[in-house]
Ligand binder design. Structure first.
Ligand SMILES: C[S@@+](CC[C@H](N)C(=O)[O-])C[C@H]1O[C@@H](n2cnc3c(N)ncnc32)[C@H](O)[C@@H]1O
Length: 484
């Protein structure tokens, strides 16, 4: 059974009952975006004295779903307290997800008349939230195939594996609690966990004091790069939505906020389920593997604690890349990179450590770009990094430009058919990423050509060639000897 929903017409009553002030905005349906906030009168812009700027909406502190609110709920509900004790306290996200899951379950059980956990304003509020969110973790497996060749192909599959593992761990930990054991064994619970994650990802924001949080009412605001409002916390901890510029908002206009100005198309689709047409951010993340036949590959991935990625960006035609890991991946033992397993004197535990030019750099594995700076072969190392990245970019470009068959058609709104909107979102991502990869391939080719002209690289490659020629002639004369 899926959790029941309330019509949005019931929202003003919920807001009134819970002291949420909607002074100059209301929730309305917005074409192609679900619900959104719309100005119900002209809203003046920010005045010079910002303390006199009137809030568009105000949400009392008690309704904000933050780490603090989860703890407070655990104090009033013993079932939730037990769940939090066995499976919570690992991250704010994890605790908020437990709260959302509890409230999704609660909203179903209340409607079927049985007892559950203590009700809160979120028990009703959660019924206004969508049950299907356009983030790719909620796409069907056929719809996810549209992402083939994009940077989201592997990330979405990896995220789904993590969600499934998280749910198994939760069920395992809660199996000692009869109340939760019964509930979590019901069918459809993994889907509710995936829904809770999608709700959190697409609606959570960072407040200056409360930290990561979900704010009912404010989370009805849609995103625009030309946003008209911003949120803040008052000294009392209430959350307010304020006009963000001097020009204010006209009556009937949609009141948008910014979900982050530097997010790439893939990040927007992954977290919010749409790609912002107007965004100028052209960025792409590529996952990196160990180089083929690198005997140190496993050790490098073990010791490197950052994400195994290369970040590519195109800004006004200028290409940049950033990948601390890549500089570690291209170094070898002959260059002066060494791994050692050391034993801790006190605990006896064994620990892997990495050395560069005999210096222990275990704590600096993301600093190899600067660690190699003074090395005589620095330009050679850079050439290796650029060549490896160019190969990775070319391989991705081949994948992304390969034909994929779209099962969706204009009539595909029929049950179980892949949805056209998923196909269109994936196509948009594919086009944007192909553009970035093409720009990257051309720029890396130029960077490689420039490095190949560097005097130190020319000397080094020349000396390598001489050595190879000598070895070849030695081998040839040995072979002559053999035949004589
Ligand atoms: C914080 S909620 C905003 C309220 C939401 N529209 C609703 O109906 O509940 C974020 C979600 O709104 C939608 N959204 C926000 N801004 C959008 C935009 N510019 N274009 C399309 N969808 C948008 C996306 O589905 C996103 O996951």
């Amino acid at each position: 059974m899926s959790a029941p929903q309330l019509p949005i017409e019931a929202f003003p009553a919920w807001a009134l009952l819970n002291d949420v002030e909607f002074k100059s905005a209301e929730v309305r349906s917005i074409e192609g975006k679900g619900f959104g906030l719309v100005a119900k009168k002209d809203i003046p812009g920010v005045s010079d004295d910002s303390s006199s700027t009137e809030a568009i909406i105000r949400i009392p502190r008690d309704l904000v779903l933050s780490a603090e609110a989860v703890e407070a709920y655990a104090k009033v509900d013993q079932h939730f307290r037990q769940l939090l004790e066995v499976a919570g306290h690992q991250s704010t996200r994890g605790d908020i997800l437990l709260y959302l899951l509890t409230h999704l379950i609660l909203s179903k059980r209340n409607s079927s008349g049985s007892k559950g956990c203590a009700s809160t304003p979120w028990t009703e509020y959660i019924k206004f939230l969508p049950r299907s969110i356009s983030v790719p973790t909620m796409w069907t497996s056929e719809e996810r195939e549209f992402l083939q060749g994009t940077s989201l192909e592997s990330s979405v599959n990896a995220k789904l594996s993590v969600l499934s593992r998280e749910y198994d761990e939760l069920s395992e930990k809660a199996s000692t609690l009869p109340f939760w054991n019964d509930l979590l064994s019901e069918s459809g619970m993994l889907e509710d966990w995936i829904l809770a994650d999608a709700l959190y990802r697409s609606r959570c924001l960072e407040l200056p004091h409360a930290g990561l949080a979900m704010v009912p009412g404010l989370d009805m605001a849609n995103h625009s790069p030309k946003y008209l409002a911003r949120y803040d916390e008052t000294p009392e901890g209430d959350v307010v939505l304020l006009p963000s510029s001097g020009s204010g908002v006209s009556s009937g206009e949609e009141i948008t906020i910014s979900y982050g100005e530097a997010k790439s198309a893939a990040e927007m689709l992954f977290s919010y389920g749409f790609i912002d047409q107007e965004s100028g951010v052209k960025e792409l993340v590529l996952h990196l593997d160990a180089l083929p036949d690198d005997p140190l590959g496993k050790a490098k991935f073990h010791i490197y604690k950052g994400p195994p990625i290369a970040r590519l960006s195109l800004t006004e035609g200028n290409f940049r890349w950033h990948s601390p890991l890549l500089y570690l991946l291209i170094l070898n033992e002959e260059d002066g990179l060494l791994f050692r397993v050391l034993q801790e004197n006190t605990s006896g535990a064994r620990e892997l450590r990495v050395f560069w030019q005999d210096e222990d750099v275990t704590g600096q594995t993301d600093e190899f770009e600067s660690l190699i700076q003074d090395h005589p072969l620095c330009q050679i190392f850079k050439l290796r990094a650029v060549s490896v990245l160019e190969e990775r970019v070319t391989a991705q470009l081949e994948k992304i430009t390969a034909e994929i068959s779209y099962g969706a058609t204009e009539q595909s709104q029929a049950a179980n058919q892949p949805r056209v909107e998923c196909m269109l979102a994936a196509e948009k991502l594919r086009d944007l990423e192909a553009q970035i990869l093409q720009g990257a391939a051309a720029a890396l080719e130029n960077e490689k050509a420039r490095l190949l002209l560097d005097a130190r690289v020319v000397t080094y490659l020349g000396s390598m060639e001489d050595t190879q020629n000598e070895q070849a002639s030695d081998q040839a004369s040995n072979e002559d000897d053999d035949f004589s």
